[in-house]
Design a protein around this ligand. Sequence first.
Ligand SMILES: Cc1cc2nc3c(=O)[nH]c(=O)nc-3n(C[C@H](O)[C@H](O)[C@H](O)COP(=O)(O)OP(=O)(O)OC[C@H]3O[C@@H](n4cnc5c(N)ncnc54)[C@H](O)[C@@H]3O)c2cc1C
Length: 524
Amino acid sequence: MTPLVRSRNALATDELPFFFDAVHIALAERAREFAMTVAAPEEDGNRRSAAATYEQLGERCARIALKLGKERLIDACVPASFGGLALGSRRDQIDVRAVCLLRETLGWASALSEFVLAMQGLGSFPIVVAGSDALRKELLPPVLRGESLAAFALTEPEAGSDVGALRSTAERRGDEYVLNGRKTFISNAGIAGHYVVFAKTDPAAGNRGITAFVVKSTDPGFSFEGPQMLVTEHPVGTVRFDNLVIPASRRLGREGDGFKLAMRTLDTFRTTVGAAACGMARRALDEALFRATTREQFGKTIAENQLIQGHLAHMATELDAARLLVYRAAFGRDKGTERVSIDASMAKWYATEAAQRVIDLAVQIHGGAGVLRGIAVERLYRDVRALRIYEGTSEVHQIIIARVLTGGERARQEARIPGDAGDSLRQTAIDRPHSDTSKTVETPAMLAPPSKPATRPTPKRPLVAQRTAEEAMRKTMPEIPAQKRPLGRETMPDTPATKLLGKASRRGEPDDNDPGASSDGSKN
Ligand SMILES: Cc1cc2nc3c(=O)[nH]c(=O)nc-3n(C[C@H](O)[C@H](O)[C@H](O)COP(=O)(O)OP(=O)(O)OC[C@H]3O[C@@H](n4cnc5c(N)ncnc54)[C@H](O)[C@@H]3O)c2cc1C
């Protein structure tokens, strides 16, 4: 039997050429090179050993970030106007297809590398959109170079899906704010140089009382409470703020705009979570095809059994369906179609759920070998699980999709009920790139069934007008020149990430950023 084995070296752009431009194909090539030569060996070398401590995990993230920065791959997470990647003529926006391609390709090779790249985007996007010029100039270049890790701190013990329930406060005192509160499940907790923190400036105003700030790990009053160890290698933990004083210049946007900023950030990145899931599923399919066509039982390869063929057909079809949804959403976002939110929710929900099913079948095809600690499908099985939870759970995305379908979007635009769980969900269901909910009327109309079901609502403001306003805003912002080349170690700023690396090299561990360094710390 001649197996139809998808090439491990296939470009992520090969099968969906209609979604991509030449620049994407070139970027995918660079991403693949990085995935094969850097990310995959790094992953394989580390995952075979016993579970890492949180500190070791932090060191790995810091090393990976430097490598991604050196190859200028993080640039894709920041618009060109702010020092990021220039793709075509769109200098003021992230190219979502580019981020998807990177996350998919890295996801194939190493979930941790894929995560590190994504966090640099998630933790810097609110600064790009709403930070002062000084903040952008200070914080974005080290993030792009991978010298400082970024974090996005929204979730709290009592506020998960229901963002409006968050309890952290930011009290204004003259030219300063005093922050108090606690954030849980924060990726890069304890290793990030800065955190985009969402806190209530007006606790009585529900979601409209939320404001975003930048908190630095060096701020007095900031503390890392500890890690939350997961089933997979993913640094997550709890941070707290005790009478933490920051200047008002660290506020992102206006008071009360934090919720919109958080949702806009998530709206931009959630399609890319689907892409990461596709990368992991694709790897699982590759591994399963290899196993099925080489493992013999009952005198023939297991791939010759129709039940196994059914599994493979199922996996390949689910993966292709997921990729079509992901790249349709990314393409729509880049081209400014009106279906942005529903497409992003469909893509994120379907791709992450499908990836879980594909990976589970890959484990099944491997038999006992599928649950051996450290082999590819076993770690994929653990890696993929959280993708169905963060950046909107699968349930939240189904609600968003259904509300848009049933006319809930119109109601969302006409009604806001501050503070309730549905408010978060409605706000997430923005069916266009950038929302303007400032003119909405507070009425419980949202609770009533939609009067005209199954008709697509017309956005109140034309999309083009919205984009024009966005462009005008961008034009008033001075540009940060793109980095010429990555800085050398000697010029690196003192960040938690570089400190971790310093610690590692003092312990005699190899510095993967320096190709000439041997494991005893000396140069070859
Ligand atoms: C690996 C990982 C990394 C993360 N990183 C970050 C980060 O960097 N920054 C950050 O701020 N947060 C982060 N999170 C937190 C994540 O965003 C939340 O876990 C997520 O929003 C869900 O919140 P929760 O865990 O409190 O679950 P809950 O909100 O308590 O939900 C529990 C269950 O109830 C369901 N549910 C809730 N409300 C409804 C409803 N109205 N209808 C139907 N079902 C509902 C949910 O879908 C879920 O199945 C991370 C989480 C994980 C696992």
